[in-house]
Design a protein around this ligand. Structure first.
Ligand code: ATR
Length: 274
């Protein structure tokens, strides 16, 4: 990629960013479409976030993705929020329009895009979400917006599950995560794991499932090692997806916001080695 006076900067703010796949994905797309952008990972520590956001304006950075731990903390420093970010209280993409910074969230819609790509239409379906943090909020609000019929939120801290249930919809149910308990999945179409802990600890599953063969198991995490959650799905021949599809599609949506162009999905997918 040639750097010239025309080159505009895109980037990622997070901590850590060392192993992020976003730079490879976005730079491959920019090169393929011969767009004058370069996408740089910036490790931004918590205390430096206000200065980093000010630098977007000062350096005329065109847009950035925001990742852990800044997705919520960045909101007070922006000029406005798109509905996608307001709804789930988190930002994963900032667009700089002549110094006006707008926060978007493409995680939820990226999640739905990845489901549709796997021929799963959430409308009218029953879902279970494990966890009630930021990722659960993005996924839950996207499911509600896509016409899901029912959601059950299961979380260690009941107050957080209750808060998320209230935020999403009055019909969303919640219950406490009791380690080692059994969950009946007979009429559940999809179960999404957003927990930040391994699904198996010292040989014990966090939860046991019965009648799960037709349920789609979706783990928001991705990586070289299959997660225990997805390993379980495979042992019972249930359909399973990891978080790479969501990474791809949230990136594709962000790319369109950055550049105004349709994202070259195949190019971005091969940059992720999917
Ligand atoms: P994110 O924003 O990525 O979703 P998060 O907000 O830290 O991450 O949420 C992580 C999820 O993992 C939460 O649902 C959390 O449960 P609590 O709300 O009870 O904190 C869950 N989690 C983290 N550590 C856990 C543990 N040791 N046992 C059970 N659940 C845990």
């Amino acid at each position: 990629m040639e750097i010239s006076g025309m080159t505009q900067v895109l980037g990622l703010f997070g901590d850590p960013v060392l192993y992020s796949l976003s730079p490879a994905m976005h730079n491959a797309a920019c090169s393929y479409l011969q767009l004058p952008y370069v996408y740089i990972p910036f490790r931004v520590e918590k205390n430096d976030l206000p200065a980093a956001v000010a630098a977007i304006r000062a350096l005329n950075i065109k847009g950035v993705n925001i990742t852990v731990p800044h997705k919520e903390a960045v909101i007070p420093f922006l000029d406005q929020l798109d509905e996608s970010a307001r709804r789930c209280g988190a930002v994963n993409t900032i667009i700089n329009n002549d110094g006006v910074l707008t926060g978007y969230n493409t995680d939820g819609v990226g999640f739905i895009d990845s489901l549709r790509e796997a021929d799963f239409n959430p409308a009218g379906k029953k879902a279970v979400i494990l966890g009630a943090g930021g990722a659960a909020r993005a996924v839950g609000s996207a499911l509600v917006d896509s016409g899901v019929k029912e959601i059950l939120i299961i979380n260690r801290t009941v107050a957080k599950a209750e808060r998320l249930a209230r935020l999403l919809d009055q019909h969303v149910r919640f219950q406490q995560l009791i380690l080692g308990s059994t969950l009946e999945l007979a009429d559940i179409d999809i179960i999404i794991n957003t927990l930040s802990i391994p699904f198996k600890e010292q040989g014990e599953w966090l939860l046991n499932f019965t009648s799960a063969q037709r349920t789609l198991f979706y783990d928001l995490r991705y990586g070289q090692m299959p997660s225990d959650f997805l390993t379980f799905a495979k042992t019972i021949n249930a359909p399973a997806l990891d978080g790479l599809g969501m990474l791809l599609h949230q990136g594709a949506r962000a790319f369109s916001l950055f550049t105004g162009k349709e994202a070259p999905l195949a190019v971005m997918r091969s940059a992720l080695a999917l």
